[in-house]
Design a protein. Structure first.
Length: 253
């Protein structure tokens, strides 16, 4: 917890549109996963809780729950295995739920994939939202991918002798984590929350792929727009870097 407080202070998160997030569930909050996914997701959760009183339950990749100790840590922070059954239970309990359709592949980005959405053909979140008439709030996160420099990515690892070993053991290439500089830079974090997308117009069509992909495309467009807005905000922000923020703090004291 002390680490999170320190990181919150160092990264000084800035949220745009947070007032648009409904404070009652069921609700799906859907957005982009950044590189490694650990620098900004906890800060976004804290922003929503501190500023709006909204506690998000995160749907985690199944593989997380195969790792002893790590899975217990995730559960202690309200993360659940991202199965349809668990999602349905949370919606029936009127919970607010965080979903990253990009999953592990979006966390394990390659060089040149900064802020790229890698959602493949996933529509499960849209299917569940239609089934339960649940609104979807698109969100975007920017800042964490400037904090790291990728030295060796998964493609380079797979092309190395180590890659041959990983292939022999059947390691999924999608979740091979890149090697980056060990200490992240304390880049400012930016979050965007778009207007809620009403899925009730597709009522009863949760098994209809056309309806599910229509919702997915709408969310995807909104997330991409949020990323563009945040990157523009990042470029013009005089307090993007740590030093100007420290100087401002010193002037206040």
């Amino acid at each position: 917890m002390r680490f999170f407080r320190a990181w919150y202070w160092l990264t000084a998160p800035k949220s745009i549109g947070i007032e648009q997030v409904p404070d009652r569930g069921p609700l799906l909050v859907v957005g982009n996963h950044t590189l490694f996914g650990v620098l900004d997701a906890p800060m976004m959760l804290y922003e929503l809780y501190a500023k709006r009183g909204i506690f998000l339950r995160s749907l985690g990749d199944h593989r997380h729950f195969q790792v002893p100790i790590w899975r217990d840590l995730l559960r202690s922070y309200g993360v659940v295995d991202g199965t349809r059954e668990n999602c349905a239970r949370l919606m029936q309990a009127h919970e607010s739920i965080l979903v990253f359709p990009g999953g592990g592949r979006e966390v394990a980005k390659r060089k040149g994939e900064k802020y790229k959405l890698i959602w493949k053909n996933r529509v499960g979140f849209a299917r569940m939202a239609i089934r339960f008439g649940c609104p979807i709030v698109p969100f975007a996160a920017v800042g964490a991918e400037e904090a790291f420099d990728i030295l060796i990515d998964a493609n380079e690892i797979l092309a190395s002798p180590l890659g041959a070993i990983l292939k022999r053991f059947g390691v999924d290439p999608d979740v091979i984590i890149p090697i980056a500089r060990p200490l992240p830079r304390p880049e400012r974090l930016y979050f965007y929350f778009g207007p809620a997308i009403d899925t009730r117009r597709y009522q009863g069509r949760y098994q209809d792929d056309e309806a599910c992909f229509a919702v997915r495309r709408e969310v995807e467009r909104a997330v991409r727009r949020g990323i563009r807005i945040l990157r523009a905000e990042q470029r013009r922000d005089p307090e993007r870097h740590l030093l100007p923020r420290l100087i401002k703090q010193l002037r206040r004291t």
